[in-house]
Design a protein around this ligand. Structure first.
Ligand SMILES: O=C(O)CCC(=O)C(=O)O
Length: 323
């Protein structure tokens, strides 16, 4: 969807205290019981928002600014590499282990970033050392996500699996509703590095859509089946800069259109139950390695004039890697 007026079903801001009605998803991290309350909402709705309160993010503004700077710089470097391979997101997908833009023209870049070596790290993607700004930011995400995940029992026990930053550029259209995975035991922790409001495209959710028939039958959803909210309209919570949005991989969701003039970077850590890992959302092919291969091998092949009609169909040539 292009930038059109918000649809009626996009919910208003979801900022509220833990005691507010079931329709709200935000929990203020104060007083006893906030983690348990957030965990209950995460299990029931498939997502929840943690907030430090109006104007007070859970991570300081300067940490978010440095994290955004580091992520946008990395995206700029990667864009330079994919352009050298002849790729252009206005007509091509960009699918590499370092960065994915999963549809032509989506203008939404999922940049894989190194985990900063916090306790109980999972295997994570191979990559360069984490930028210090990034490490600091991940520390803030982890500090608030972990108590909720522990209370939720969803990971029993869990560890960090991967990290990254989703940048939607100005003009990015809305995504289709999708799940990030279908198995229970993977949770995303999203920390917006700018305030996420209706104009720059919040993440929209179908509350309760993570619970499969099996969950409902077996009662493994913690007794939520009785008050199912599957019929509830989609909600698109606004999330403050440095606040936290947790969501189950299984919940149907989508990023809405970025109708603002600025990029919308959202840092994330994926948490996984022991034995699980997100190995399906990024391909193995490395952009950096492909660029080196192109740089070294391309001229040799050109000299040998081996570019036959058949070879042009090979992904190496089809991707635009030309000597
Ligand atoms: O950008 C967003 O808000 C959501 C991104 C997302 O769901 C995805 O890239 O799979």
């Amino acid at each position: 969807m292009a930038c059109a007026p918000p649809r009626a079903e996009a919910a208003p801001a979801a900022r509220s205290a833990a005691t507010d009605s079931e329709a709200s998803v935000a929990v203020a991290v104060e007083g006893p019981g906030w983690a348990a309350e957030a965990a209950r909402r995460l299990r029931r709705h498939g997502f929840c928002v943690l907030t430090g309160g109006p104007g007070r993010g859970l991570a300081p503004a300067e940490v978010c600014e440095r994290g955004a700077g580091a992520a946008l710089e990395r995206l700029g470097q990667l864009a330079g590499l994919w352009r050298q391979l002849g790729l252009d997101n206005s007509r091509d997908k960009v699918m590499f282990s370092e960065v994915c833009a999963r549809r032509p023209g989506c203008r939404r870049y999922d940049v894989s970033l190194a985990l900063a070596g916090l306790p109980a790290d999972g295997p994570g993607p191979p990559g360069e050392a984490a930028d210090p700004a990034w490490g600091e930011l991940q520390g803030h995400i982890d500090r608030w996500a972990r108590p909720v995940l522990r209370a939720s029992g969803l990971l029993r026990p869990g560890c960090q699996d991967r990290a990254g930053c989703v940048v939607s550029e100005p003009g990015a259209p809305a995504q289709d509703f999708h799940q990030d995975g279908m198995e229970p035991g993977l949770v995303n922790a999203f920390m917006p590095l700018v305030p996420v409001v209706a104009s720059n495209g919040p993440t929209e959710f179908r509350p309760g859509s993570h619970r499969s028939a099996w969950d409902l039958d077996s009662g493994s959803d913690g007794g939520c089946a009785a008050d199912s909210d599957e019929e509830r309209p989609a909600v698109a919570p606004e999330v403050g800069r440095g606040d936290l949005l947790l969501f189950d991989y299984r919940v149907f969701h989508r990023g809405l259109a970025n109708c603002s003039a600025e990029p919308r970077p959202v840092a994330y850590i994926v948490y996984a139950r022991h034995g699980l890992s997100d190995r399906h959302n990024f391909p193995d092919a490395s952009l950096v390695e492909e660029r080196i291969e192109c740089w070294l091998v391309g001229p040799i092949l050109a000299v040998l004039s081996v570019r036959t009609a058949g070879l042009d169909a090979h992904p190496f040539f089809a991707s635009g890697c030309r000597a």
